[in-house]
Design a protein around this ligand. Structure first.
Ligand code: SF4
Length: 440
């Protein structure tokens, strides 16, 4: 039994599977796929509209997202023009579908001027047919871009959730991850943001930062809690060879105390009235909006991702523009996107066969509080998940998960090892692609 446990718990921080397969498993699609045909044949019932704004003020030391430090207004303007053209071409395929969720992420979407933000909502509503009164709407922001004119746009356009990356309220810790962020700036921005009374505010914090201790981590947590956000995400620090901050620097900075900091946060957040929904997500109230939102299901949702760097998901094909992290690679991918006239073919992505769809189904359910409903798996795939995946039985026998009324959920212990559990569920084929991906 000890050996079994070791398999799952020996290294808690392996990879963050915010989606499966990971984008580093995407490759050239040969032949390229006609998006018209793909979406016309897609069987997903619910739809999520996403817009990606790949610009930030500066690149944080741990960030491997598709984003470019570029504040130039004309660059942003041309980008929004391109996104508008893309939406015009995609809109006909979504005419008879409704979007129950809409998110603008990045990057830092609120780096755009208020007028440009307004244009994004116009594109969502007038071109893509989003009904803002029936969809939950989320936008990411940052302390230095919270301004009255931008917040007014978000408020006027019925945004339900505003998410702000703070990471740390300790100046030295922010500086250590190349985020030149004065605590005062973050605090002022937060006060202003809370004043707009959005239905839900989320704050992101990171643990495991260079120089961080249990005491300074608690300080940042308490600060965040003191503003009363409805949701707090806590992220373990990950660094990669392609991030500015290298894994070696973190190893040299001292002992890895991420697991200890995670437990401190979980306990404190629960005391403060936050429920745990995943290893990262803690929230107070799940019925935050007064809108009557169209139904959606994370399992059966198709995602239409507009913008460069956005991923789109149909049931069988996931696709995106090419992925890069370095400034040169990101800039050239964005320039190609902006110069493009046509956005109707997918030439980079991943085709999910049934085995991969099953893994995706399990991962999307198991790593969240909702858990894996065995009947739903059987309904979709016609097989018993426990028979098909001996790993699930292993999680039960090691008490990392439990089964209650047909739903398999991670235990408190299992939740702490989500990043190891998710990693173990990556198929051999996807792992091979991820490992051989050369990121520019
Ligand atoms: S972590 Fe967020 S703010 Fe920092 S560079 Fe990445 S996308 Fe931009």
């Amino acid at each position: 039994m000890r050996e079994l446990e070791q398999r799952w718990t020996r290294a808690p921080y392996r990879s963050y599977l915010y989606s499966y397969p990971h984008k580093t498993a995407y490759r050239d699609l040969q032949p390229a796929v006609s998006l018209k045909e793909l979406w016309e044949q897609d069987q997903t019932d619910y739809h999520f509209l996403y817009m990606h704004i790949p610009f930030c003020g500066a690149r944080c030391g741990f960030c491997n997202l598709f984003t470019l430090p570029d504040r130039r207004l004309d660059v942003h303007e041309q980008y929004v023009d391109a996104l508008g053209r893309q939406a015009e071409q995609w809109a006909p395929w979504f005419q008879n579908r409704t979007f129950s969720r809409f998110a603008i992420g990045g990057g830092t979407p609120t780096l755009l001027e208020a007028g440009q933000l307004n244009r994004l909502f116009d594109i969502a509503e007038l071109t893509m047919g989003l009904d803002p009164s029936a969809a939950s709407i989320s936008v990411e922001t940052s302390p230095e871009t919270v301004t009255a004119d931008r917040m007014k746009v978000l408020k006027d356009r019925l945004v339900d959730r505003v998410s702000m990356g703070i990471q740390s309220f300790v100046e030295e810790e922010a500086a250590a991850i190349y985020r030149p962020q004065k605590p005062r700036l973050a605090e002022d921005a937060l006060e202003m943001l809370m004043g707009y009374a959005f239905p839900l505010v989320n704050l992101d914090l990171i643990y495991g930062l260079p120089g961080q201790t249990a005491a300074t981590w608690l300080y940042s947590l308490e600060k965040a809690i003191s503003y009363g956000p409805g949701e707090i995400f806590i992220y373990p620090l990950y660094t990669r060879e392609n991030t500015i901050l290298k894994p070696e620097q973190i190893r040299n900075a001292g002992t890895d105390i991420r697991l200890e900091l995670y437990h401190i946060a979980r306990q404190r957040l629960e005391e403060a009235g936050y429920k745990q929904f995943s290893m990262r997500r803690f929230a107070k109230d799940t019925t935050f909006t007064h809108k009557s939102i169209l139904p959606f299901s994370c399992q059966e949702e198709g995602m239409a991702g507009l913008g460069c760097g956005a991923r789109s998901y149909t049931r069988e094909v996931h696709y995106a523009s090419k992925y890069g992290v370095s400034a040169a690679a990101t800039r050239s991918i964005i320039e190609n996107y902006v110069a493009s006239e046509r956005y109707d073919m997918a030439d980079y992505g991943f085709r999910l066969n049934e085995a991969e769809q099953k893994r995706r189904f399990i991962l999307k359910a198991l790593l969240h509080r909702e858990g894996l409903e065995l009947a739903a798996y059987e309904g979709r795939f016609g097989h018993d998940a426990l028979v098909e995946h001996s790993d699930l039985e292993e999680l039960l026998s090691t008490r990392l998960a439990e089964l209650e009324s047909g739903v398999m959920r991670l235990t408190t212990l299992g939740m702490a090892y989500s990043d190891a559990i998710g990693d173990e569920f990556i198929s051999g084929a996807v792992r091979e692609l991820m490992d051989s991906c050369v990121i520019r």
